[in-house]
Every structure is written in C-alpha cells, then in structure tokens.
Write a protein that binds this ligand. Structure first.
Ligand SMILES: CC(C)(COP(=O)(O)OP(=O)(O)OC[C@H]1O[C@@H](n2cnc3c(N)ncnc32)[C@H](O)[C@@H]1OP(=O)(O)O)[C@@H](O)C(=O)NCCC(=O)NCCS
Length: 349
C-alpha cells in the first residue's frame, strides 16, 4: 500500500493488477471531470501505450494513492539523447499533474514538485512546462510561480455545420490557381520510400508554427521518428489520413493530416496543416483542408465533430479554420518555470 501523500514511482513493466485497476479507475475519473464528451481508449490499449518504451522520449510516472485508490498522478517526459531533437530540446522537461476533484487542496499536487526537480536533474533538464486549461490548474500554476508562455485555442467543427458546396468550390479553385500542382490523398502509412522527403518538408513546415514566448526546441521529424509514430498508432489501431500537394519537380508544398481512432469513431482530430512559405498565397491551404473534409465525409459519414488546436497568435490558420466553421471550444495555456525557481518555491513554503 502506498502511504498517503507520498509520491511513489510507477514502473509500468512490472506493475501488477492492483496498479492497473486503480490507474484505469483514476483515468476514468479524470475523463469524466475534464473531457466528459470524449471516449477513452480501451484498458488493454492504454496499457500497451503506457508500457511501450519510446526510443526518443523518456517518461516518468509517480502516483499518490491511499487505501488502493489513486488520488494524484504525475506524468513527466523529456527528450532522450537518441532523439534527433535532443540538441535543442535537452533542457526541457514536460510535466502533467492531476488530482481527483474530491481530493484537491490537500497539498497532493505540490508534494509532486520535489519529485519533478529530482527527475529534471536526472534527465539534465533546466526548464519545465505544464499545461493548464482549467481554473484549478491556472491557480495552481500561479501558486507555483510558473509563467504562461503560450495560449492555445481548441476549436471544433461540427460535421453537420459544414457547407459542403463551399468545400467543393475550394477544391475546384485549387487546380485553377495552381494548375501544375498535384493533390495526393494517403490513408494510413505513407509509402516508406517517401519518408525521407516527407519528413524533411514536414520538419521545415512544423518549425514555422508560432510558439509565442515558449522556450521550445526544434521539431525534427525523420524516417526513424515516423516509424516510431506509426508503431505507436498501431497499438490502438489509430489511422492517419494525409492530404498533400506536390509541385511539378516533386517538392511537397502543402500537408494536412488527421487522426481517426476506433474508440472515438465519431470524433476526428485535425493535426497539422502547413504550406511551404514559398507556396503560400495561392489557395493551397484551403484546397488541402477542403479535400480532406470531402474525403472524411466519404470514409466516416457518422463523424460528429473535428477538433484542432492552434496558438492564439496563429492568425492565418485561425482565419482558414473560422472560414471552415471551426468554433473556439476551450482555451489553455502552457506554463514554464526554471528548475532553480521551482526548487526555491517549494523550499520557501
Ligand atoms: C491543479 C491541481 C493539480 C492542483 O492539485 P491540488 O492537490 O489541489 O493542489 P495543492 O493542494 O498542492 O495546491 C497548492 C496550492 O496551490 C493553490 N491552488 C491549488 N488549486 C487551487 C484552486 N483551485 N484555487 C485556488 N488556489 C489553488 C493554493 O494556493 C494551494 O495551497 P493552499 O490550498 O494551501 O492555499 C488540481 O486542481 C487538478 O488536478 N486540476 C486539473 C488538472 C490541471 O489543471 N493540472 C495543471 C497542472 S499540470
């Protein structure tokens, strides 16, 4: 039995039935409190995800449990030296803390903070990020002394609200404005011989995303990270769909991708959309987005909504999303605090 208010490390590889029972009960409580309209992964799929060791991302988990009930959970993550992103991300640690509603204001979350500092030290990190989109999270961050560095808006597009005629017009307009550009639709994994070219174009585009004041490293996608990503998707039979545009000499000029999963089959996650800076201003963004929606209507006619996240400052992306009918649903903030300031905060209290 784990003593009350004492964080205890979790080793997913060796954890027994008792642990998984309280872990699954806890994640259901969290989902009901924070995302009541979104289904959860099946327990077996979740276990496979938690147990899988990523070659590129290190993960730490600690729990505070009492009488067989999990009250709070810390999930930390950092970039491993094996990652192509290591050089510019090695100082960054990410932490997520959740305490079940009925057990808040008992200093459970704060008792994880010394553990966060120890974990940062063992992975060589000097700055930690936390995500908060609830009032309790914002207030806790204020108490911790972390600063908000990035505002992110989650927007949702109800499938029933889509103006399909307008989408068809956007798709007709694409080749008219860019007659030499070809549109491609890929369901599932991209062909392996495309991974090198695709990952280098995608990396370039991803690094044009505005991150506001966030201390962040470079995003580096490679053929190896793509393989790792696809392997992770397979654990819960998730399917990626990609629409891209290609210029006559072969360069990929625009990319948009979404994720569909059987456990939440009526809800699609719109991920990245990007157009190369030298191909902007000729309607490629609208073309790929509209082509994706028309494709999704054919594949998944039962879709209820599509969700996407954008930095509050990403005016061009928000403009396209608003034109498509995406409406703001929830806003959150990424907070950061330096390791030494975090250590001072909890020793001072
Ligand atoms: C944020 C969260 C983790 C805090 O957990 P907690 O165990 O209640 O936090 P603590 O008891 O350790 O709080 C420490 C201090 O933070 C401040 N604080 C925490 N929650 C607060 C709230 N809802 N309102 C005002 N102040 C709050 C208080 O000053 C508190 O000390 P006090 O109770 O002596 O005044 C919890 O509310 C939660 O799970 N929220 C949803 C998830 C989330 O937003 N996580 C964000 C961080 S990753």
């Amino acid at each position: 039995m784990v003593g009350q208010l004492v964080p205890s490390p979790i080793d997913p590889a060796t954890s027994g039935e008792d642990f998984w029972r309280r872990y699954h009960e806890f994640r259901r409580v969290r989902q009901a409190e924070t995302r009541p309209d979104e289904p959860l992964r099946a327990d077996a799929d979740e276990e496979a995800h938690v147990k899988r060791i990523s070659p590129f991302r290190g993960e730490d988990r600690y729990e505070i449990s009492d009488h067989g009930k999990m009250l709070g959970l810390l999930h930390g993550y950092y970039t491993k030296p094996e990652s192509p992103e290591y050089e510019s991300n090695k100082h960054l640690y990410g932490a997520d803390i959740f305490v079940r509603g009925a057990d808040r204001r008992r200093r459970i979350a704060s008792s994880f903070l010394p553990v966060v500092v120890e974990l940062m030290d063992s992975s060589g990190c000097t700055n930690v990020s936390f995500w908060a989109d609830e009032d309790s999270g914002h207030r806790f961050m204020k108490w911790v002394g972390a600063e908000s560095k990035l505002t992110e808006i989650e927007s949702r597009l109800m499938f029933s609200d889509i103006d399909w005629r307008e989408m068809e017009r956007w798709v007709e307009e694409g080749p008219r404005r860019s007659p030499d550009t070809r549109l491609e639709i890929i369901d599932g994994r991209l062909p392996e011989n495309d991974w090198e070219a695709f990952s280098s174009q995608l990396s370039g585009m991803l690094n044009t995303i505005p991150f506001e004041d966030l201390d962040h490293g470079e995003i580096v996608v490679t053929a190896q990270t793509m393989r790792d990503f696809y392997e992770r998707l397979e654990l819960s039979n998730e399917v990626q769909h990609t629409v891209l545009t290609r210029e006559p000499e072969g360069t990929i000029s625009g990319i948009t991708d979404v994720m569909w999963a059987p456990y939440r089959s009526a809800f699609i996650e719109q991920r990245f959309t990007g157009v190369r800076p030298d191909a902007r201003g000729r309607g490629l963004g609208k073309w790929i987005k509209a082509a994706m929606l028309l494709h999704l209507r054919e594949l998944y006619p039962g879709t209820r909504w599509i969700a996407t996240g954008n930095a509050g400052s990403n005016a061009p992306m928000l403009k396209i999303n608003r034109a498509l009918g995406f409406k703001p649903y929830r806003t959150g903030n990424e907070y950061q605090i330096a390791r030494d300031r975090l250590a001072q905060r909890f020793t001072a209290r």
